[in-house]
Design a protein around this ligand. Sequence first.
Ligand code: THG
Length: 282
Amino acid sequence: MQTILKGTSTEVIISPETPIVMIGERINPTGRKVFSAEVQNGDLSRVAADAQSQADAGAMVLDVNVGAAGVDEVALLPEAIRIVQDTVDLPICIDSANPAALAAGLKVCQGRALINSVNGETGKLAAVLPLAAEYGAALIALVMDDSGIPQTPGDRLGVAENILEAAQGYGIQAQDLLFDPLVMAVSADHKAGTVTIETARRIHESLGCNLTAGASNGSHGMPERELLNTVMLTLLGQVGVNAPICNPLKNGLAIRGINLILGHDEWGMGYISAYRAAQKNK
Ligand code: THG
């Protein structure tokens, strides 16, 4: 199953047969004090450099999120998307909890965007599915609904099935959806990792869909976050998460390593060239 995203002129294919696609996470005020303050002042001067550095590190899609307290996302998100697409020719993952901001972003976005995100809540489905249909965008679906985040992989799979059925009612197909099995902090719940991994495995097996995940969420509150993020990306990659949202500046070589070990990198050329580029930048 192929999920196709487009930039201004590039096309990115997400499928089990092709290498894992990194969605760069850094254009997001979460955990970034300076960027957060800038965004709150309407200052997007950092965005172009953050887009370029992630593209240079191998990101093939860029997540764009300007959500911070007091920010008018409807005004600022389209502006950030324009800056990114003026800087690099990559598809955009439009990241907002506000459907009006998603709509404003879609309006200016070139190519075929990835909406981040819908979930199984009645109101979210009604607000976001029509947007994906109208703009022909692909869509990330979080496996939670009006009852919250299910505790078990079976219940999370059930939510995924419900979302797929609702999406099909709008003419959105399985290949247009990237399911997100929900990575939660293992510091708060030591079973959170296994529930996420088993959820991904079951969605991949029974729906055949492609998957994303916010891999860096799992390590919050733990030392050596980078190490834990690598472990998370590896285990998720093994069960079908082929478009993780991560930090390409930190996880770039690990992703190439996963692609190599999983048979997606003939002669290791992707891994070797990423290694050489990293050495050159040192
Ligand atoms: N699923 C989907 N979308 C998502 C998430 C998800 N979008 C947001 C988030 N989760 C993924 N993005 C981030 C971005 C930053 C961090 C974690 C997840 C992060 N940042 C560092 C910190 O907080 O310490 C800051 C590091 C830096 O300077 O870059 O951890 O789960 N669909």
